[in-house]
Ligand binder design. Structure first.
Ligand code: AMP
Ligand code: GLY
Length: 425
């Protein structure tokens, strides 16, 4: 089989490494891929993940049998619709279903209509009305741009004046472009956060091992929000009882709601949950695998990924027995100094000659320059270790992270600390 994977980050590298385990996967093309992915797939750097016309042309001319569209942008732009139109089976939702991530107004409306637990909220398209509403609100409060904003469209002002500034930033200065035409203002919730990625063919759902992201740049959850500085799986806060409650009150109702709205969701649905004192609530949906959640979840998948993805596309997921390893995994992100602000690129990367068998380095933001791997993005590498326990996984991931070098390498030193504390409770 010839397969294309759209995207070029650590998540896509993790997907590609797993797809390669199936001997039927002959050639895997990564569009665009990156410097490190080139060791595992044929990268096509000239085709970006948003260049839908070029992706479709490439698929049509390379006898592609299956496509995995991993990032949010091409999904929202209808990449799967276009590939289906030329007869190529895909893993990923169509554009209508991808609205569950691409429009927060759509997602919140869905949850309200179908009684899926989430933060109470109001929608505004007029900054004056939003400012009026905020004058009577309590703080902190959460303000979200409607559309995709590279994970940065959520602001949590602590005071009225910060909130006024946030509305102006999104709606008047248009910091997130058209994504800020509408905003959601919602209640601030508290509790541990859990990421649950799930395979679904629209009717059947198979939740993956739960995980915990670490979004802030600095140790102790300080500093700016990032795409994610590290992850652990499973998430110890997500007990079997909570998992059962989520299935009944959130997962199955969400699938039913999408079917009832005429846009059944097929692919990986990501539930960003908060375990509040009033029970689990949805913070956000993503229409795709999380990054860097995928880098700890897929290493624990025992069943063949390609087979599961084909069952999702064929609507036969209910017939599959998807198995997970009992162990744990930890991923430590190595970022360029300065990320998520300004950072330099082009720094040569040195990887150790050999890594322990339970460690994998997923390449996120690097490129090949005259055969040498150099940094090319904010998040450069994700160092993952899988082990029988979380403690061992963290130890091995950090040991390997120390053995990788590039100028300006930045990492958090407390990935998994909260998870270990929760395990000790
Ligand atoms: P999102 O981009 O929707 O994942 O939001 C980014 C982060 O903002 C989440 O991971 C939460 O930590 C936080 N957040 C979003 N919505 C809320 C909320 N209603 N209450 C508290 N924190 C929130
Ligand atoms: N790690 C969060 C996300 O993928 O959106």
């Amino acid at each position: 089989m010839n397969i294309i994977v759209v995207g070029g980050g650590g998540r896509e590298h993790a997907i590609i490494k797993k797809l390669k385990e199936n001997p039927a996967a002959e050639t895997i093309y990564a569009l665009p891929g990156n410097g490190g992915i080139a060791a595992d797939a044929v990268c096509v750097p000239e085709i970006g993940a948003r260049d839908i016309d070029a992706i479709v042309d490439f698929a049509a001319s390379h006898a592609i049998d299956f496509a995995v569209v991993a990032p949010d942008d091409p999904l929202a732009l209808g990449c799967v619709d276009r590939l289906h139109a030329i007869g190529i089976p895909c893993f990923g939702p169509d554009a209508k279903a991808a609205r569950i991530e691409a429009s927060k107004v759509f997602a919140k409306g869905l949850m309200k209509k179908y009684h899926i637990p989430t933060a109470r909220y109001e929608v505004f398209d007029d900054p004056a009305k939003a400012l009026d509403y905020l004058r009577g609100a309590s703080f902190p409060i959460v303000i979200k741009a409607d559309g995709l904003a590279l994970g940065k469209g959520v602001l949590i002002p602590q005071t009225l004046s910060e909130a006024e500034a946030a509305v102006r930033t999104i709606m008047e200065d248009r910091a997130f472009g058209d994504s800020g035409n509408e905003i959601v203002i919602e209640e601030f919730l508290t509790g541990p956060e859990v990421s649950v990625l799930a395979f679904t063919d629209g009717t059947a759902i198979v939740p993956m091992v739960s995980s915990m992201d670490h979004k802030r740049a600095g140790d102790g959850d300080t500093g700016l929000n990032t795409g994610g500085m590290g992850t652990v799986a499973p998430n110890p806060c997500y007990t079997p009882e909570i998992a059962r409650a989520c299935m009944d009150t959130i997962f199955l109702p969400t699938l039913a709601a999408m079917r009832a709205e005429g846009c059944p969701f097929k692919g990986c649905l990501y539930f960003g949950l908060m375990l509040t004192p009033d029970g689990p609530k949805v913070i956000e949906y993503n229409c795709r695998f999380g990054d860097p959640e995928t880098q700890v979840v897929l290493p624990l998948l025992k069943t063949d990924l390609l087979t599961v993805m084909q069952a999702v596309e064929n609507g036969t997921l209910a017939d599959m027995n998807v198995e997970w390893s009992d162990g744990a995994a930890a991923c430590v992100i190595l970022a360029s100094g300065g990320y998520p602000g300004h950072y330099e690129k082009g720094k040569p990367i040195t990887l150790p000659d050999a890594l322990p068998g339970n460690v994998t380095v997923y390449h996120a933001g690097d490129a090949l320059a005259d055969g040498q791997l150099v940094t090319s993005g904010g998040r450069v590498l994700g160092v993952t270790a899988a082990a029988p326990t979380l403690k061992e996984a963290l130890r091995d991931a950090y040991a390997a992270a120390e053995s990788v070098e590039f100028e300006g390498k930045y990492l958090r030193h407390d990935i998994g600390r909260r998870a270990l504390a929760a395990l000790a409770d």
